[in-house]
Design a protein around this ligand. Structure first.
Ligand code: NAD
Length: 478
């Protein structure tokens, strides 16, 4: 297991000599002591990335860069089991989910490996006498800052397009989940990525992440995390006019009309909020249900929720693992208490399930009914296995409730009425909307948020625009 920073092509200790403990959320046991990056390490990593930007990497063709990304994908697949177990132990996710995430990370490198030589400029028929064309050029050193809920996947979403476009990067994983990012750095070196192109510096937000954001030689910050942190990053990045893209929080609505396929809707709805123990920016944590269907829907939802198997992530059959940390566990428990205090009715869950390992951070999935839109549990992102159900009287009220949020990341609509589908998908302010399903992410399609949920769109070919500058060239023919 790699536990040191990865700078300029190899593992190095933090300049301070400090390490910090990383624990397994399943049982609270020490998993690793990881070097703790600070501002001086960020300086070293950025220097390595600046140097690499002028090295062999800058002379490679797009096709050559793409081939390296394809090799990284192949190595992730070859190491799938080892990486999945590492992610499972570090992030507390069920092993089967971790395996799927390794596949998605590999798919992402493959997609952008193929895309590297398919992102190009255009010729433009300007009125001057000559030739006008655009070039796509790398932005420069990119700082990539990622959270703990999908550690390798979100890193891949940023690394794929950043490297395909020829940038060099400093990746700062979340301090809770640095292990697969460090493993990836080694695989990337094995795949032929020149030294200094990918540097990985685990460390805290204040003292490490903020040093990356402020660094004058970093030209772009791509951040995934909370809206509060993203707001601060956007302000900091104003100095030096750094490019910024932000994937932030959500409080996504799941809008259920009374003509839906109820069986399918209930089955998908529970997964759309409780997958990954609810630690998902797209979690459909507000279920808005037509009042005619409300009671029947709630009965079915509660019965289905009670059937989830919560337990040790390495145990066969586990569907929901622990949440990431004691801190997150306490935060979620405080939201559950606040929901009860504000008068919502807790119909199931929200407690430590029986039979789970003693020191792990487990919570059974919780369903609140009788919630109203003003309650904290209905407005704030809980980032845990908690859902609230709110009735609506008609389509207009459903849309108004859906949009009554500071966020706008994902939404689902359940109905068999095509006209309603067209009206509601247009009216809901959300970067991603799924109809009669709960999917949020397709590697080939743009992903990102309206309003407080972010800025810019990751994934798909559009993501390449986030990591390249457009240069317009005009050549006179006189
Ligand atoms: P967070 O904002 O606390 O931290 C995210 C990352 O930013 C971590 O690496 C952290 O160390 C770093 N960081 C913290 N303060 C910083 C600072 N001042 N400067 C630079 N870096 C700093 O978020 P989290 O608790 O790790 O993750 C949960 C949040 O992430 C939730 O709000 C969730 O919705 C959001 N999220 C969004 C998406 C998306 O795609 N929209 C995906 C996953 C998670």
């Amino acid at each position: 297991m790699l536990t040191k920073l990865w700078i300029d092509g190899g593992p190095v200790s933090a300049l301070s000599g400090r390490t910090y403990p990383v624990v397994n959320p399943a049982d609270g046991a020490l998993l690793a002591k990881v070097s703790e990056g600070g501002a001086a390490d960020i300086d070293a990593a950025v220097d390595a990335a600046v140097k690499a930007a002028g090295g062999p990497w800058s002379r490679m063709t797009a096709r050559e860069r793409g081939r390296i990304l394809l090799k990284i994908a192949g190595l992730i697949r070859a190491q799938r089991e080892t990486l999945a177990l590492l992610e499972c132990r570090n992030a507390g996710k069920p092993l089967g989910d971790a395996r799927e995430e390794m596949d998605l990370a590999a798919d992402t490198f493959e997609y952008y490996g193929g895309a590297a030589n398919k992102h190009f400029g255009e010729t433009i028929p300007v009125s001057g006498a000559g030739l006008d064309y655009t070039l796509r050029e790398p932005v420069g050193v990119c700082g990539l800052i990622v959270p703990w809920n999908f550690p390798l996947v979100i890193a891949a979403w940023k690394l794929g397009p950043a490297l395909a476009c020829g940038n060099t990067v400093v990746l700062k994983p979340s301090p809770e989940t640095p292990l697969t990012a460090l493993a990836l750095a080694k695989l990337a070196a094995e795949a032929g990525l020149p030294e200094g192109v990918l540097n990985v510096v685990p460390g805290p937000g204040p003292g490490c992440g903020d040093a990356l954001v402020r660094h004058p030689k970093v030209r772009k910050i791509s951040f995934t995390g909370s809206t509060a942190t993203g707001t601060g990053i956007m302000k900091e990045a104003a100095d030096g006019i750094k490019r910024v893209s932000l994937e932030l929080g959500g409080k996504s609505p799941n809008i259920v009309f009374d003509d839906c396929d109820l069986d399918l809707c209930v089955e998908k709805s529970v997964w759309s909020v409780f997958y990954n123990a609810g630690q998902d920016c797209c979690a459909r944590s507000r279920i808005l249900v037509h009042r005619k269907l409300h009671d029947k829907f709630v009965d079915r939802l509660v019965a289905r929720t009670k059937r989830f198997v919560v337990g040790h992530p390495e145990k066969k059959g586990t569907q929901i693992g622990p949440v990431i940390s004691h801190r997150q566990h306490s935060k979620i428990a405080a939201y559950i208490a606040s929901g009860k205090a504000e008068g919502a009715e807790l119909l199931c869950g929200g407690v430590r399930p029986k039979g789970v390992p003693k020191n792990g951070f487990y919570l059974s999935p919780a369903v609140f009914a009788g919630a109203d839109a003003e309650m904290r549990i209905a407005r704030e992102e809980i980032f845990g296995p908690v859902v609230c159900v709110i009735p609506f009287k008609d389509e207009g009220e459903a849309i108004a409730l859906a949009n009554d949020s500071a966020y706008g990341l994902s939404a689902s609509v359940w109905t068999r009425d095509v006209g309603r589908v067209l009206r509601v998908t247009r009216a809901v302010q959300s970067g991603v909307i799924s109809v009669n399903t709960s999917s949020s992410v397709h590697l080939e399609a743009p992903f990102g948020g309206y309003k407080g949920s972010g800025l810019g769109r990751e994934l798909g070919l559009k993501a390449l625009d986030l990591y390249s500058e457009v240069k317009n060239v005009f050549i006179s023919n006189v």
